[in-house]
Ligand binder design. Structure first.
Ligand code: DC
Length: 229
């Protein structure tokens, strides 16, 4: 099935799925192969969580989180090394991968007003097309009309192992803890009332449990080419 697009440069590709399924690698590689911008929506929730932590707003204080979200500007700037994340004019890229921010991002992202603000910012960034955006609700909520929707999944043990391997040669956190945290965040993402993590009805599902990342990327590329006709 082809699309009416003049070229791949106008495409919107939505990549959703749980943590550790390979979304970032697939999104980055597809963006490179098709000349698109790669936008990581999770980094925006992380930046907002950092702002809440700095302001000592509790992750359970929905009223203050809402007020804070309305007063927040977050921009992603794609570079060869990945997205630079600009929070209210400050480059916070290096501050977003700590366990504290990871945990807080998972918690603040359950609130509808927080999501509404992030979705608004994401839609503005993708308005002209030409983007691969990865996250949890891109194909269902942010860009329901995306030309390509891919839902990447994998067994939780495999996703935990991949995350553990990313920590480098001598991780300070035990593997079991990584898997446990990942499962907890998954549960929250899949079961929240607002925009839970789930595949869009028209998404192509890739289960990467028994695939190498190369195989996943090639499959994703095949799906995009098929859509382009
Ligand atoms: O993809 P990530 O690990 O950087 O995402 C951080 C958190 O943000 C994750 O716990 C779920 C949330 N998130 C979300 O709710 N919706 C998105 N589109 C992206 C991330």
């Amino acid at each position: 099935m082809g699309t009416d697009l003049a070229s791949a440069q106008q495409l919107i590709i939505a990549i959703d799925g749980p943590a550790g399924a390979g979304k970032s690698t697939v999104a980055r590689t597809l963006a490179g192969r098709f000349g698109l911008l790669n936008l990581e929506s999770g980094a925006m929730y992380r930046a907002f969580a950092l702002k809440a932590l700095r302001a000592s707003v509790a992750v359970s204080d929905s009223a203050r989180l809402e007020a804070l979200a309305l007063d927040t500007e977050i921009r992603l700037e794609p570079t060869a090394e990945g997205n630079r994340v600009i929070l209210d004019g400050e480059d916070v890229t290096a501050l977003l991968r700590t366990p504290e921010v990871t945990e807080a991002a998972s918690r603040v992202s359950v609130y509808p007003p927080v999501r509404a603000r992030m979705v608004e910012l994401q839609q503005m960034m993708g308005a002209m097309g030409g983007v691969v955006m990865e996250g949890r609700d891109i194909g269902t909520v942010v860009f329901p009309n995306a030309e390509v929707k891919i839902f990447l999944d994998a067994a939780p043990e495999i996703r935990g192992e991949r995350r553990y391997a990313q920590l480098g040669p001598a991780p300070t956190v035990p593997a079991e803890e990584i898997v446990r945290d990942l499962r907890e965040r998954d549960e929250r993402d899949r079961n929240r009332a607002e925009s839970p993590l789930k595949a869009a009805e028209d998404a192509v599902i890739i289960d990467s449990t028994n695939l190498t990342l190369d195989e996943v990327v090639n499959e994703a590329e095949r799906i995009v080419r098929q859509r382009l006709g």
